[in-house]
Ligand binder design. Structure first.
Ligand SMILES: [Zn+2]
Length: 424
């Protein structure tokens, strides 16, 4: 541990003394089963975080995603945001963590929403991804406050919903309503579980699309009288496998994506369905419709127009060769790659704090998948935004998910030193 002042030393010591309290907060959060889909217990979890923020001196408000179709009476989308004013209005350092978790799934040997502590780890769905991160940022700032220190700028903390399905009712909603925006926000740390010893600068892009091929129905005993939509889809997927995928493998990004295999552009066929539903009785028919959902991950070096265009060109080629090849494409979601500047103040301070707490030089990485950073940077125009948090990326969405308590406490220290140095 390398602290640069007596104040920093006091704060770090206080975090050690607060360990039980931080762990208990994570346990309590895990016991609120904020499962998404469908978005269970959001108001309860927002209230729980909000009351802790109020106890810790924040002005707290709840932001419901009014007007969005997913904000329903049975599953309201409620976010919480707190602001702790300091000696000056700027800078504003905003910590954000999502409190929705993916369903428990099968294969657990512990209670998924029990928050059990065992061998120095907290177990449960959402420990790593990412309720430990929420606890770390809240207690990092609380340790500063309990040490009797006032920061120069303001701290904001938000707990948001729906990150796991795009964040539109969560961070995107806060951004669109001006809660997170460069006009009032200087730095954003998203407390996703990228690992306590790493700083994540950004993520790759995503293009989700649905491709439908259309056929013509006929009796299955005389398929020559119809056009089989599944066969047409097979021709398209054959081209994807033999032409597009090898080309994608040749494209490698300069972004430091982890794991390194994810530095190549990729395409995954996420789902496919065609013909009659296979859940019921089948009658002999030539399939008149087949639909596939594709998940194309693209690099910051690729242009989206080309990403989309090369898929459309393959479909057009097939249609040119085969008059029976009819298709439709529907764009489902596009996320552009984002990356903070590795030399910006925020990255330097977080990396420096990691170095001081853990005595390691943190790799600056990028994430293969996207998270809420896209909304902060592309809609909110805050260019100093990164992800840093405790927990293990590979534990996310797994059975027996856990977070190590020493990682949780070290991340809390890193966040505290970062806040003190940015807002001094
Ligand atoms: Zn997450």
């Amino acid at each position: 541990m390398n602290v640069t002042s007596r104040d920093e030393e006091r704060v770090v010591d206080r975090i050690d003394a607060m360990t039980d309290e931080v762990v208990a907060f994570v346990q309590d959060l895990v016991r609120i089963p904020t499962v998404n889909p469908p978005g269970e217990a959001y108001p309860e979890c927002a209230q729980f975080i909000g009351s802790r923020l109020s106890d810790f001196g924040y002005d707290t408000q709840f932001v419901e995603a009014e007007g969005l179709p997913e904000h329903t009476a049975s599953h309201p989308r409620v976010n919480v945001i707190g602001r702790l004013d300091g000696g000056a209005a700027r800078p504003v350092l905003h910590f954000n963590g999502h409190f929705d978790v993916v369903p428990a799934g099968v294969g657990w040997t512990r209670e998924p929403f029990g928050g059990r502590v065992e061998n120095g780890s907290i177990f449960g769905r959402g420990t790593s991804d990412q309720k430990a991160g929420i606890a770390a940022s809240i207690y990092a700032v609380e340790a500063i406050r309990r040490s009797g220190l006032e920061l120069h700028g303001a701290i904001e903390q938000s707990g948001t919903v729906d990150e796991e399905n795009g964040g539109f009712a969560g961070v995107a909603y806060l951004v669109e309503n001006g809660f997170i925006h460069r006009d009032q926000t200087d730095y954003v740390i998203i407390t996703e579980p990228l690992g306590v010893g790493r700083v994540c600068l950004g993520h790759r892009g995503v293009y989700w699309l649905k491709v439908a091929t259309h056929g013509r129905m006929a009796h299955g005993s005389m398929p020559f009288l119809g056009v089989n939509a599944i066969s047409k889809m097979a021709a398209f997927l054959h081209n994807i496998e033999t032409r597009l995928k090898p080309a994608l493998l040749e494209r490698v990004t300069q972004m430091p994506v982890e794991p390194p295999e994810a530095r190549r552009a990729s395409l995954n066929v996420n789902s496919i369905s065609g013909g009659q539903p296979d859940s019921g009785m089948q009658t002999p028919c030539v399939a008149d419709l087949c639909e596939a959902i594709l998940d194309r991950r693209f690099l910051s070096e690729e242009r989206f127009e080309n990403v989309r265009g090369e898929i459309l060109a393959m479909l057009d080629d097939l249609a040119a060769q085969d008059p029976d090849f009819r298709y439709e494409v529907k764009d489902l979601m596009t996320v552009y790659p984002v990356q903070a500047d590795r030399d910006c103040r925020l990255v330097r301070e977080v990396a420096g704090a990691v170095r001081d707490v853990l005595a390691v030089d943190p790799p600056l990485i990028a994430s293969p998948g996207t998270y809420d950073q896209k909304h902060v940077m592309r809609l909110g125009l805050v260019d100093q935004c990164i992800a840093y948090g405790p927990g293990l990326l590979h534990m996310s969405h797994q059975p027996d998910e856990y977070c190590r308590i020493d990682d949780l406490i070290n991340a809390t220290k890193v966040m505290a030193l970062t806040a003190m140095r940015l807002c001094s």
